[in-house]
Ligand binder design. Sequence first.
Ligand SMILES: Cc1cc2nc3c(=O)[nH]c(=O)nc-3n(C[C@H](O)[C@H](O)[C@H](O)COP(=O)(O)OP(=O)(O)OC[C@H]3O[C@@H](n4cnc5c(N)ncnc54)[C@H](O)[C@@H]3O)c2cc1C
Length: 235
Amino acid sequence: MKQTIAIVGGGACGVASFIELFIKIHQFGLQDSIRIDWFEKEKTLGYGLAFGSEEKGHLLNTPTDLMGVYAKEPAHFTDWVADRKTRDSDLVHGEGEWNDTYTARFLYGDYLAEQADRYLAMANRTGISVCVKNTEVVDLDQDKDQYVLHDSAGGVHTANFVVLALGTPKPQNFLSFRQYEAYIPFPWPSRPLIEKISTSEHIGVLGSSLSAIDTIMTLEDNGYTGKISLFSPDG
Ligand SMILES: Cc1cc2nc3c(=O)[nH]c(=O)nc-3n(C[C@H](O)[C@H](O)[C@H](O)COP(=O)(O)OP(=O)(O)OC[C@H]3O[C@@H](n4cnc5c(N)ncnc54)[C@H](O)[C@@H]3O)c2cc1C
């Protein structure tokens, strides 16, 4: 009987896990003994929280050269961008060579989605059994030598191995602030920021690093002209 590997999450780590598993199954001819069940709660694979942001101002914090999804081809993303974009594209930033540019995060999501599709097609062609399930896994139990996954629609799935690639959880601090209408606990996805904040209000941002920069970019790119105060213990 086939062993089942469940991957929960279809963002960057889920895609990288799937590609590595595909390569090993194919390389060692394990098509008849392993199958993959891949769970993703959203409709599309590849994007996740960071790379699913629709804001053009939300950039990768690492140059293209560090972002290739294939373990042995770190420059793969650089080549992918260079093949598809020109340097004056407003999705690619930086003065140096292609490998030292910084792209919009959703461009990287497009790249991951394309690699996921490519490897799903190859799995289909080479007889590797992969089932993508667009559902949220809400619980995980162990029953003797297998895992039991429960999904949000009441479905029950079993697996011999489980890869959890769930991404960044929402923070659970400052819970007492949640009673206030004007408090926004998390800057992604950015829609609530755009919808809740009028373009001239005074905004306080707790923190002054990458999440704060994302917040400022979201506001500026959507016509905000008011005052923004950043609070940070270390400047
Ligand atoms: C705002 C932000 C910006 C970032 N910028 C960068 C960057 O520029 N460069 C960089 O290298 N890293 C960046 N990171 C880190 C980045 O998130 C990780 O490098 C990478 O996305 C992590 O991949 P992941 O698969 O763990 O998470 P994600 O890419 O978030 O994917 C998780 C996936 O799992 C799905 N999922 C979650 N729970 C369930 C469930 N119960 N059932 C089914 N599906 C589920 C989600 O829908 C999502 O698609 C950033 C992180 C954040 C939060």
